[in-house]
Write a protein that binds this ligand. Structure first.
Ligand code: CTP
Length: 399
């Protein structure tokens, strides 16, 4: 399944904040994802970045003067507004937000915003006092009541030197908000899915632990794919370097036992549980309260005890269960065995020693084996795409 942005006409409104330079990166990322980005700028935005910057990246004309007979807006003043599948205003200044709230249409951006029927996301960026001002807060409340998504602002250091709420959110987050809005009508809308991700850490002492090479990328990719199809998603995440995706609830855990408690709690009323986490099979029987010192006479033998099997222990009528089999040999027979033993609907067999597959990689080559004997080999794909293939199967099992 292609990215929801592929081939989508996006209207990107840019108003006059120093954060306007970040909109160039946003336009670039959207264009790389296949979106057709029409940039509409205010005259103040052009004091910070030029239309040429956007035009060079989007390869499309940029609108800044509604009366310019050379531009599309000069010929048809609502063309961009009507074509857009989604509208993003980033950065949105206090002035642009005020104009939107009151329905003004006195420049290219406000005309486009008043004329569009597409969903709109507003990403505020301004000085902290301007943001906190009751006029701005009232206007943002008005926009929210109209169904407009207000994304941000982030808290941090602003151009004024003030530290507080007023920074434009990150480009990654803006695209996350767009995915949430676009996914609302997806084929998993109204469904709830729990995904576990990453490798658990089992403490030996306060500074050492036993873990594995899982990066969490596969679980996060499944979660993002499910979000993009409209599902309400919870990730139960073992420690890792990945940022929490927008629009997904993330429960952070460390050990197999914490993961078990979180998975059991989160799975209570969900449609599917997808266990992509590499759960430790063994944990140190005793974890020392203080750091073990090499100088002291400590035993060189580590006593281990078995962890409980999380996915095998969760079962409920109607709950779809998906497991992973990370293997380095006898891939399919090992996977078949786990499918039966753990009562799964589907197992994703994964040769973690193969080139381009498994831990840390952005791609994966898996075999999907289901409880009815079905077998699919989607080939080497980005993990996000593998996520969609798994969800295609899950969707088929859902009651
Ligand atoms: N799993 C689990 N709880 C555990 C261990 C594994 O829920 N304590 C889940 C994993 O998340 C995965 C599936 O079971 O979805 C298979 O995990 P894997 O580590 O491949 O298999 P194990 O059952 O641990 O068997 P082995 O380590 O012997 O290969």
């Amino acid at each position: 399944m292609p990215s929801p942005l592929d081939g989508l006409p996006v209207a990107l409104g840019v108003s006059g904040s120093i954060a306007a330079y970040k909109a160039v990166d946003l336009a670039s990322k959207l264009t790389q994802a296949g979106a057709l980005v029409d940039v509409v700028m205010t005259s103040s935005a052009q004091k910070f970045v030029t239309p040429l910057s956007f035009q060079s990246i989007t390869h499309r004309p940029v609108t800044s003067d509604p009366f310019d007979p050379q531009t599309e807006m000069g010929i048809d003043h609502v063309a961009v507004a009507e074509r857009a599948g989604i509208v993003v205003v980033a950065p949105a200044t206090a002035n642009t937000i005020a104009k939107m709230a009151h329905g003004l249409a006195d420049d290219a951006l406000s005309v486009m915003l008043l004329a569009t029927a597409a969903p709109v996301i507003v990403c505020p960026a301004m000085d902290g006092n301007m943001y906190a001002n009751s006029a701005t807060q009232y206007n943002l409340g008005t926009l929210k009541d109209r169904g407009i998504t207000i994304a941000g602002p982030a808290v941090g250091r602003m151009a004024s030197g003030l530290v507080g709420a007023g920074r434009l959110i990150e480009v990654r987050e803006i695209i996350g908000h767009m995915s949430v809005v676009l996914g609302r009508s997806g084929d998993l809308a109204g469904r709830k899915i729990v995904v576990s991700a990453g490798g658990t850490q089992e403490p030996i002492d306060p500074v050492r632990f036993i873990s594995n090479r899982s990066s969490g990328k596969m679980g996060y990719a499944i979660a993002e794919a499910a979000r993009d199809r409209g599902a309400a998603v919870t990730i139960v995440a073992a420690p890792g370097a990945l940022a929490d995706p927008v629009g997904v609830q993330v429960v952070h855990v460390e050990t197999a036992m914490e993961m078990q408690n979180a998975v059991v709690a989160a799975s209570e009323d969900v449609d599917a549980l997808i266990m992509a986490a590499a759960v430790a099979d063994w944990r140190p029987r005793d974890s020392a309260d203080q750091k073990l010192k090499t100088g002291k006479a400590v035993s060189s033998e580590l006593q281990l005890e078995k962890t409980s099997d999380i996915v095998a222990g969760v079962s409920r009528e109607g709950l779809v269960k998906v497991g992973f089999a990370a293997e380095t040999e006898d891939l399919e027979s090992n996977a078949q065995g786990k499918l039966a033993k753990k009562g799964l609907d589907l197992i994703v067999a994964n040769d973690v020693s193969a080139e381009g597959s498994g831990f840390g990689s952005n791609t994966n080559e898996v075999v999907l084996i289901d409880a009815d004997g079905g077998r699919e080999t989607p080939g080497l794909l980005p993990k996000y795409e593998v996520g969609h293939r798994i969800l295609d199967k899950v969707r088929g099992y859902l009651k």
